[in-house]
Design a binder for this molecule. Structure first.
Ligand SMILES: Cc1cc2nc3c(=O)[nH]c(=O)nc-3n(C[C@H](O)[C@H](O)[C@H](O)COP(=O)(O)OP(=O)(O)OC[C@H]3O[C@@H](n4cnc5c(N)ncnc54)[C@H](O)[C@@H]3O)c2cc1C
Length: 410
């Protein structure tokens, strides 16, 4: 079967890789080269236990404090408040306790098999060396902040996530490069990280082409529709005929799904990173400074500090003061970090209000499938999403229950 995937980010490339393994003739279309959007600069965390939704009852009470600091972990550009308001209302509504429990269960089903889902496609692409199952830590400066997250740790435990509570001494044993400023932490022995998320996407794309697939650099502007649904993509390089279609266009996906009859509340939670190419320190694992809400990851390209959420839409220019703050905090975390060859970046996390991505067949057109909205955990969720989309296209029972991921749930 001929399958066209819109979007060559990590989600689109995992879908394309699994579809090609099923023997389909796969074309991936993107306006930029593979991996150049959100999948370029994430923190690399591979986190089967990142199952808590972004909105929780405890988190919502902290929002006023975060917003009071324009360079804090959450910012809203005030000119964007009105456009984002409908999405924010849904987001707050999703933070009620009974929904939080449902969301955690859905995310656990998607994220738990992250490594087994990456294994075959990363191996085929020669990229298994980028995937490290070396554990992960969340560290806290104060006992009070640690206690404040107790609900999240309980829900994770209830869903079978392996977590170990650790003290200051154990933190330094696991990651000796950390400053001795962290009082408490959580160790996830079954987590890991990808040491070059951009290269991972590129290698999946290279493998797709080696196996006879096509990567096409075009911007999709709309669809040619008849009574059977979309028959071609209208692009900046002319029409492209399609048979099966997968929309994996990250934070831009709702613009395309809307034209096909499925309106989805999708918002960009813009995040930033700084990567220090020659940091002068050598941490071993991926560490989240939980009370400051950012991650530090040893990458092949240097030490990366990544995080923060900014609501400012898809078009506003980046505010790199947010990246500068990450570097300052990073230096507190790892004493001795030098500012040698620092690069900054901003990316658009594709976020649904309830944190659950859309992994779904279209309720309107049986040949159309959706894979987007992976928010803060798209690198972790992409590999199983690829398997699920291949199952849905093949008409097989999917590897996980897909009902929580339906596109028509909003
Ligand atoms: C700071 C930061 C840190 C993060 N850390 C982690 C982490 O540690 N672990 C984790 O699991 N996740 C993390 N994430 C999240 C993760 O990076 C994203 O969820 C993931 O990259 C989304 O992938 P995607 O393929 O859906 O989107 P993208 O990578 O954005 O790809 C979508 C593609 O669709 C293309 N496209 C859109 N519209 C069109 C069109 N009309 N025509 C043609 N092409 C189109 C775009 O050009 C783009 O290339 C982080 C994100 C950020 C910003």
């Amino acid at each position: 079967m001929k399958v066209t995937v819109i979007g060559a980010g990590i989600v689109g490339m995992c879908c394309a890789s699994y579809l090609q393994r099923d023997g389909h003739d796969v074309t991936v279309i993107d306006a930029v080269d593979p991996g150049e959007s959100c999948s370029f600069g994430n923190a690399g965390g591979l986190s089967p236990g990142s199952i808590m939704p972004v909105a929780t009852p405890g988190m919502l009470s902290q929002v006023p404090k975060w917003l009071a600091d324009p360079l804090g972990p959450l910012a809203i550009r005030w000119g964007y408040l009105l456009p984002v308001l409908p999405w924010l209302v849904k987001f707050v509504h999703a933070g009620r306790m009974e929904r939080v429990i449902e969301v955690a269960a859905a995310l656990r089903s998607l994220l738990k098999p992250v490594f087994e889902s990456y294994d075959p496609i990363a191996k085929a692409a020669g990229a298994q060396g980028l995937i490290h199952r070396s554990g992960q830590m969340h560290v806290y400066r104060s006992e009070a902040a640690f206690r404040g997250d107790a609900l999240g740790w309980k829900i994770r435990r209830d869903h079978g996530c392996e977590i170990e509570e650790i003290d200051a001494h154990q933190i330094r044993q696991i990651e000796p490069a950390l400053a001795p400023i962290f009082a408490r932490g959580i160790h996830f022995p079954t987590h890991g990280h990808c040491s070059n998320p951009f290269r991972l996407v590129q290698m999946l794309a290279e493998q797709l082409v080696r196996n006879g697939g096509t990567i096409m650099r075009r911007r999709v502007q709309g669809f040619r529709l008849d009574a059977r649904g979309p028959t071609a993509l209208k692009t900046d390089g002319g029409d492209v005929e399609i048979d099966r279609l997968v929309i994996a266009a990250g934070a831009w996906s709702h613009k395309l799904s809307r034209e096909l009859g499925s309106a989805v509340p999708l918002e960009s939670q813009r995040g930033y990173h700084v990567t220090v190419a020659e940091p002068g320190v050598a941490p071993r694992i991926n560490v989240m400074w939980a009370d400051a809400k950012f991650m530090a990851t040893p990458m092949d390209v240097g030490l990366r500090f990544a995080g923060t959420v900014e609501l400012a839409g898809l078009n506003a220019p980046p505010d790199y003061r947010r990246a500068e703050v990450l570097l300052q905090r990073g230096k507190q975390m790892y004493p001795g970090v030098k500012d040698a060859r620092v690069s900054e970046w901003m990316g658009h996390r594709p976020c649904t209000p309830d944190t659950i991505p859309v992994i779904s067949r279209s309720p309107h057109w049986s040949q159309v499938f959706y894979a987007f909205g992976h928010g803060h955990t798209g690198l972790s969720g992409a590999s199983t999403t690829g398997r699920v989309i291949a199952d849905l296209v093949a008409g097989r029972p999917p590897v996980i229950d897909v009902s929580p991921f339906r596109i028509d749930r909003f």
